[in-house]
Design a protein around this ligand. Structure first.
Ligand code: KG4
Ligand code: ZN
Length: 331
């Protein structure tokens, strides 16, 4: 089955062609970072407008790269939510119209289930059940995953998402937007132990997160050390990153132990973080847990993961119809 995947939930217009839910024939991601950078965050109206401009060329490019024609596409999978409503509507309406015209089935899928399924686009995917740590700009969630389309939320952030904290701290340090990748890079030159930022575990036996406290602590540190800030940026970045990663790794490993799982999938934009990739692997190994992390191009938003999860909905006979609509938040 050749599935055309479409993703427009935030600031990436993406299309992909995936065969049998696992083999990527083509994956195209058009980023809008340049449009939003000067505002220091995603501007929803601009995002919608850019999606409208990009959707047709991006789908065309994905088809060209896959060496397939529209008539070879058996079904369409598209992100239904969560995300920015105006942005989602562009991809969702496009998918509806395209499937209607081609007289093929289509299915609207959950973006977060897409991230979880990104590990199945890699050669050595985890077996079920496993625990997924999903860390992105909008979410920090822990799931118990028992099938491609059966996921139980075990915990989530009560305030900021981990990626959002990275972006805000980068902004405070004048490192630009988005900040995750820059902090990752600069932290390599810093000492993670010199400045001790707080680790917020909340209830240590639970799986919820909170990242607003550490953000405030970094801000306070910056205010108190204004004079010699420049020299300290690598240590601040490293100290902040280490504090966030300590909590993420602790909770993911404890969730796996609670559920008796010997596998963890690390997914979402922040899964691109080099320290998190290394630390979760080594901490988990000590507990006999194997960690699956997608390649960098599958960590951030992409449409291959949407096609991958869509495949399993379609195989289960679940399809969408023209009355269906997008949703902004998980219900
Ligand atoms: O999954 P994603 O592409 O979009 C959402 O669905 O949110 O995640 C984007 C987030 C941003 O907050 C970005 O700063 C963060 O992922 N990010 C990183 C890294 N690369 C991207 N955070 C930490 N380290 C990185 N290397
Ligand atoms: Zn995402």
């Amino acid at each position: 089955m050749n599935i055309l995947g479409i993703e427009t939930s935030c600031d990436e217009t993406a299309a992909a062609v995936v065969k049998e839910g696992t083999t990527i024939a083509a994956s195209v991601v058009a980023s809008q970072i340049e449009v939003h950078r000067r505002y220091g965050g995603v501007v929803p109206e601009l995002a919608s407008r850019k999606h409208i401009e990009a959707i047709v060329p991006v789908v065309d490019e994905a088809l060209n790269k896959s060496d397939l024609f529209l008539r070879d596409i058996d079904a369409i999978a598209v992100t239904r939510g969560p995300g920015l409503v105006g942005a989602l509507l562009v991809g969702f309406s496009f998918a509806k119209a395209c499937a209607y015209a081609l007289e093929i089935p289509w299915v609207g899928v959950n973006h977060l289930e897409g991230h979880i399924n990104s590990v199945f686009l890699e050669p050595d995917p985890p077996s079920f059940p496993f625990v997924a740590l999903l860390v992105s700009g909008g979410h920090t969630n822990i799931y118990h995953v028992t099938s491609h389309i059966t996921v139980e939320l075990m915990g989530q952030t009560r305030d900021d998402a981990a990626g959002e904290a990275f972006d805000k701290v980068a902004k405070m340090l004048g490192l630009g937007y988005p900040g995750g990748g820059v902090i990752d890079r600069i932290a390599r030159a810093g000492d993670p132990a010199r400045i001790k930022f707080p680790r917020t575990y909340l209830d240590k036996s639970g799986f919820d997160f909170s990242f607003s406290g550490i953000k405030t602590a970094v801000n306070r540190y910056i205010m108190n050390h204004k004079d010699h800030l420049k020299d300290q940026i690598p240590d601040i970045a490293a100290g902040f990153q280490e504090a966030v990663m300590d909590v993420l790794c602790y909770k993911a490993i404890h969730a796996a132990m609670r559920k008796g799982c010997d596998r963890i999938a690390l997914v979402g934009g922040v899964a691109a973080n080099s320290r998190l990739r290394e630390k979760l692997r080594s901490d988990a190994q000590r507990k006999g847990i194997c960690v699956h992390i997608p390649s960098l191009h599958l960590c951030g938003d992409n449409a291959a993961m949407i096609a991958a999860v869509g495949y399993h909905y379609l195989k289960a006979g679940i399809v969408s119809d023209l009355q269906d609509d997008v949703f902004s938040r998980n219900r």
